[in-house]
Design a protein around this ligand. Structure first.
Ligand SMILES: [Zn+2]
Length: 353
């Protein structure tokens, strides 16, 4: 495919009606969006309310959809009659006299509870799934791929709040604390749809208070995230993707309980029994020639089968033995894939097949 230059891209985009597209998407997929925005619980002082929650939230949604970086910039850019007419159209009102100042929006967002925003996201994800327009992105036509990983949100040199996670850096020789870092992390579950990702569940990793004996961590947050995911999407066929941190017994059990499939990175030494099984499977592979190659997106996954009295002779997917070990490379390069096969600490484990 011919690559287009930035100039060509700009000229192409200038002909596009982004707001028209926004309206189309909203009408097609999220007909009740404004209704849902109106249902968000407002914790502001009732005596000072000039704008409904739906106006404040729509401004933030549009700010982010349009890639406007700062709140100040948003107030400047939206404060035009054409923009206000468009906003009124989305909100299904006749006219908007004024738009709120960003201080008003910040004040509202500070008091807004996370679960209120999560309700909007749940509604949107459920609508997308209901429309069945994303089915072709299911893994093996069956499972929704959900990647789980933690990421850092904020970092401070001094304690910023009672929920901060804390890390002390010590002098190697004296053991004396030379620096303390305070930070906030979040664990995200993202639904992977082709080359797009949609946030489907969020769990903040933070301490209950300053004096906790054991800090909150990614594994603990995963247990809370799992409960959320399961209660919101109880029957969704899921395959969980995660790094080597998740390749451990408690997580396997959680996945098994929820009937979730999984693909996790595996690090040599983290679970020795699986490593032993992996090597055993490779031996079986040589004697059985039952390899199956599966291609999905850019990843190539090669599965090893092994002999078991429950193995269906016709084979392929009918292996009932639960544990399967695969070599998994995130690249198109076959050479790279081959190298990974022999590299013991880069294989992943899965129960997909
Ligand atoms: Zn904090």
């Amino acid at each position: 495919m011919k690559r287009i230059t930035r100039k060509e891209k700009r000229s192409k985009e200038s002909k596009k009606n982004f707001f028209g597209e926004f309206i189309k998407v909203k009408e097609h997929f999220f007909k009740d969006l404004v209704k849902k925005l109106k249902e968000v619980k407002d914790c502001r002082n009732k005596g000072y309310i000039d704008y409904g929650v739906e106006v404040l939230l729509l401004m933030i949604i549009l700010k982010n959809a349009l890639g406007i970086k700062s709140m100040r910039d948003m107030t400047v850019q939206f404060n035009k009659s054409e923009c206000m007419e468009n906003m009124a159209k989305v909100l299904e009102v006749e006219k908007l006299e004024e738009l709120p100042h960003y201080d008003t929006i910040n004040d509202f967002l500070c008091k807004l509870e996370n679960k209120e925003i999560e309700k909007i996201r749940d509604y949107m994800i459920k609508e997308l799934l209901k429309k069945r327009c994303l089915e072709q992105h299911k893994y093996q036509g069956k499972y929704w791929i959900i990647a789980i990983d933690a990421t850092s949100l904020f970092y401070f040199r001094e304690r910023h709040c009672e929920h901060c996670l804390k890390k002390e850096f010590k002098d190697k020789e004296t053991g004396e604390v030379i620096r303390t870092a305070y930070y906030h992390n979040v664990l995200e579950a993202k639904l992977i749809i082709g080359d797009m990702v949609f946030s489907i569940a969020t769990e903040f990793i933070e301490n209950e208070d300053e004096n906790v004996s054991k800090q909150d961590c990614e594994q603990n947050a995963f247990k809370r995230l799992e409960e959320k995911l399961k209660s919101k999407f109880p029957r969704l066929p899921i395959v969980i993707l995660g790094d080597s941190l998740y390749a451990c017994e408690p997580v396997f059990k959680i996945c098994e309980k929820n009937k979730w499939k999984f693909i996790f990175r595996f690090k040599e030494g983290s679970i020795k029994t699986v490593a032993a099984e992996f090597n055993k499977l490779k031996e079986y592979e040589k004697s059985l020639s039952v390899n199956t190659n599966h291609r999905h997106n850019k990843a190539t996954i090669r599965a090893w089968g092994y002999k078991d009295e429950r193995v269906n002779k016709k084979h392929k997917r009918n292996i009932l033995k639960s544990i399967r070990v695969v070599s998994h490379a995130n690249t198109n390069s076959r050479r790279h894939f081959k190298d990974k096969e022999t590299h013991a600490n880069t294989f992943a484990i899965t129960t997909i097949f």
